[in-house]
Ligand binder design. Sequence first.
Ligand code: CTP
Length: 398
Amino acid sequence: MNKIKIKEHLSPESYKLITSAAKTAEEMGYSLFLVGGPVRDILLNKAENMKDIDLALEGDTKSFIKVFQDKISYKKLITHEKFNTASFEINSNLHIDIAMCRTEIYPQPAMLPVIEKSDISDDLGRRDFSINAMAIRLTGKNKGELLDPFEGQKDLSNRVISVLHQNSFIDDPTRLYRAIRYQTRLGFNFDIATFRLFLRGKINLSLLTPERIRYELECMLKEPDFKNVLSMANKFELFDMLGFDDTGIEYLNKLKSCDFETGLCALCANMDKDNISQLHEKLNLPKSTSKLAEEVNAIMHLKTSRIPSRIYETLSGYSVKAIGISSQLASGELKRMLNFYSGKISKIKPLISSNDLKKAGIRQSAKFGKMLADLYMLQLDGKISDKADAMDKIRDLK
Ligand code: CTP
């Protein structure tokens, strides 16, 4: 029997949590397994910074959670009745997910599966790739046993990604995105049969809901090597429905770091108006996010100028965030203009306030605002250098 000593691979905090969960399960007469990503990463010797501990339980999840939650300290607990799962946020860097062992039946391709309680063997059989379909037994006398029904360990050493069955991508097209993530992150190749199925599975991409596409895009943009992941995904046309193009991918290369919004803005910076306005619906984005992407897209298409007042007029309507992202993406004159605006122009305080105008005997009228704006423009262009100068100009403007 292949036994794994998990203690050697994990942080003390993760190990303590897993041991506590295993002890709880044993006391309740249940079997508990470490599954999926953590097992893969332990076998790759990459689990010391594990952020998600995935556990599968042969037993009643609800009763288990009730007992287990009193034994650990955590920040937040989210439970999903429908899937019989619970997710503990231990801290911002560590989550522990507990799920009932289950089989999955896909009523229709690309829909969420219907689940049924089952055992660890079925639970491994419902998974995406052999390298993610292994478990380590955490309870009973065979503690530490590696369960590897689909030769995941062999695929790990051969650096290969393979699906467990012919319909994997058809049933769940999000696995197309997952495959690209693992391929890039781990530097693995598809096995030939999996590659053929991957190409065939693309037919069902159009069935995915906006939320699921957005989630996969978010996961991709969180990858350490997000540029290559997106580039590969685009090469395989996984984001054709959104209209990402090569320029968008090149823009990603300009980002020092990436979060979802920043990455999305980069990918959309070169899009045409039709595509950008449809993004909101196609990804079911929060309004603020689609607005930001539209702003960045507009900024990237602006006519440049070197005249301060013109620059102010052009850029002052955009958010600081949009200008910040755009200046990372821009080059040449546009970059110069954006940096000049955020570094200098936007910080210049007006010499003249509305109170000054009132004191100068100018009555509040429609002209009032225009006068202040005109004075500010003159100030930005260096045509007024102090308050006295400005007061002279007021007389001219009156
Ligand atoms: N899984 C699957 N099909 C999916 C999503 C997930 O089979 N569409 C299974 C895989 O076995 C995966 C596990 O659920 O290992 C947990 O999913 P997730 O947390 O997304 O991935 P991890 O394996 O933990 O990998 P990562 O390091 O990317 O988080």
